[in-house]
Design a binder for this molecule. Structure first.
Ligand SMILES: *Cc1c(COP(=O)(O)O)cnc(C)c1O
Length: 409
C-alpha cells in the first residue's frame, strides 16, 4: 500500500477529540435521548475495530482490490505551464470505484455494520453520490439499504436515483422543507431514532454527532496518508500547500489530517461561493456563517436572524449544505487551516479548462478546488508545489455543466 509508517503513527496519535467528541468549541452530541445508546454502541464498535489489526487489514484489502487504491498523485504538467507558477499536482480520487472519495467511508462503515450484527443501513443523499457509494457498499456486503433523498434532488439527479435502484437500494422520497439534502438528513435521523437496534446510519461526511466526524475523517484519511507518501516518493518533499473543496468537509479532512503536524504545509479549504455573498446565494458557512447547532453537532452554520437554517445555493449539489464538519470549524478558529470560497462562475471556468488542458472531466465540486488551486499556483514560484484534491469525476455533471455553459454564451 506504500504507507508511510511515521504518518500512520502520527495520524493515530494526534488530535483526537475529547471523550465527549469536542474539537475545541465545536462538535459534541446534540441529539434526542433515544439516540445516545446507538451512538455509544457505535463509538465502542468503532474504537474496537480501529484497534483490531484484522479490521484494518480487511479495510485496506477492500480499498485496494475493490476501490482501486492507491489512487495516483498526478503532475498536471500542461496546466502548470498554462498557469505559470508553482507545480500543480492532483490527488486522483476521481479514479476510485463509483468516481469519488465517498466510497472509502461507505466501505468502512458497512464493515462496521456487519461487525455490529446489523442487517440494514440507511443514508441521506443530496446529489446522490453518497447514496450511490452506500448502495454499492450495501450490495457488496449483502445489507438492506434505504437511501433518503429530497424530491427536488431526485428530480435533478435522476441518473443517480436509477443507479441506486439498480444496485438494489430503496430510494425513499423526502417531501418536506426545501425537499433537498438538509431535509433528507432530518428524515434519516428520524428513521434511525426508531430503528437503531437493527439499523446503522451511514453519514456521508465529517458532520453529525460524535463519533461520526472522527470516524468519517479516519476512513477518509487514507487519501492524505497515500498523498504524503507519494509526495515524498515522487517529488522528494512535502507540498507547500494542499487545496480541497469543502461541502461537509470529508475529502478535505481526509487529505488534510495526515499533514496536520507538518506545520510548513498550508491547508486551504474552498467552500461554494455560489452567485454572491448574500445569505441564500452560497453554501459557505466558514466564510460567511457563524457558530450554531445543526444535525447533532456544534459547528459553523448558515442561519438567518431568527436562528433558522438558511437556504443554500451552489452549482454543485455536493457542496450545497448549510453546515460543515466541526473539526474544520476548529481548524478555522485555531488557524491551522484557512478557508475561502469560489464562485459558481470561477468553478465552471476551471471545469472547462481542466477538460481542455488536462483531458480530465472533474466533478463540479472538485472544480472549486481547481479554480482556487490555479489562483494560488499563479502567485507562487516554480520550485514550489501545490496539491489539489481532485475529489471526483464529472460524468454526473455533464448535463448541468453543458446547460450552464450554454447560458453563459
Ligand atoms: C460529496 C462530494 C463532495 C463534498 O463532500 P465533502 O464531504 O465536503 O468531501 C466533494 N466532491 C465530490 C466529488 C463529492 O461527491
Amino acid at each position: 500500500m506504500g504507507m508511510n509508517t511515521d504518518t500512520e503513527k502520527q495520524s493515530k496519535l494526534s488530535h483526537l477529540p475529547s471523550d465527549s467528541g469536542h474539537y475545541g468549541d465545536f462538535g459534541g452530541i446534540f441529539v434526542p435521548e433515544t439516540l445516545h445508546v446507538a451512538l455509544k454502541q457505535l463509538t465502542e464498535a468503532y474504537q474496537t475495530a480501529m484497534n483490531d489489526p484484522e479490521f484494518k487489514n480487511e479495510f485496506q484489502r477492500h480499498l485496494s482490490e475493490y476501490v482501486g487504491r492507491p489512487t495516483s498523485l498526478y503532475y498536471a504538467e500542461r496546466l502548470t505551464k498554462h498557469v505559470g507558477g508553482a507545480r500543480i499536482f492532483m490527488k486522483r480520487e476521481d479514479l476510485s470505484h463509483t468516481g469519488a472519495h465517498k466510497i472509502n467511508n461507505s466501505i468502512g462503515q458497512a464493515m462496521l455494520t456487519v461487525r455490529m450484527n446489523k442487517k440494514r443501513i440507511i443514508a441521506e443523499t443530496g446529489a446522490g453520490q453518497h447514496g450511490v457509494a452506500t448502495a454499492t457498499a450495501a450490495a457488496k456486503f449483502g445489507l438492506n439499504c434505504d437511501v433518503f433523498m429530497g424530491t427536488e434532488d431526485m428530480r435533478r439527479q435522476q441518473p443517480n436515483v436509477k443507479r441506486m435502484q439498480l444496485l438494489g437500494a430503496n430510494v425513499v422520497p423526502v417531501e418536506s422543507g426545501s425537499c433537498t439534502l438538509k431535509d433528507a438528513t432530518n428524515a434519516a435521523m428520524r428513521d434511525w431514532m426508531g430503528s437503531s437496534d437493527s439499523t446503522h446510519y451511514i453519514i456521508g461526511s465529517v458532520v453529525g454527532p460524535h463519533p461520526f466526524p472522527q470516524m468519517v475523517r479516519d476512513f477518509q484519511a487514507v487519501i492524505g496518508i497515500e498523498c504524503r507518501a507519494q509526495c515524498l516518493d515522487q517529488i522528494g518533499r512535502l507540498p507547500d500547500i494542499i487545496i480541497a473543496c469543502v461541502g461537509g468537509g470529508s475529502n478535505a479532512a481526509g487529505i488534510f489530517f495526515p499533514f496536520i503536524d507538518d506545520h510548513d504545509v498550508k491547508l486551504l479549504g474552498v467552500e461554494a461561493g455560489g452567485r454572491s455573498d448574500q445569505l441564500g446565494d452560497h453554501a459557505a458557512p466558514l466564510s460567511f456563517g457563524g457558530p450554531g447547532v445543526l444535525h447533532g453537532s456544534r459547528s459553523y452554520v448558515l442561519q438567518n436572524k431568527d436562528g433558522q437554517t438558511s437556504p443554500v445555493h451552489s452549482i454543485s449539489a455536493g457542496l450545497d449544505y448549510p453546515g460543515v464538519g466541526p473539526e474544520h470549524a476548529h481548524w478555522h478558529k485555531s488557524g491551522r487551516a484557512s478557508y475561502t470560497s469560489c464562485s459558481d462562475k470561477d468553478a465552471l471556468e476551471a471545469f472547462t479548462m481542466m477538460c481542455k488542458i488536462e483531458g480530465i472531466i472533474p466533478a463540479l465540486e472538485s472544480s472549486h478546488a481547481i479554480a482556487q488551486g490555479i489562483k494560488t499556483a499563479r502567485s507562487m514560484k516554480p520550485d514550489q508545489v501545490v496539491v489539489i484534491n481532485l475529489s471526483g469525476r464529472g460524468d454526473k455533471d455533464l448535463e448541468e455543466a453543458l446547460r450552464l455553459l450554454d447560458d453563459m454564451t
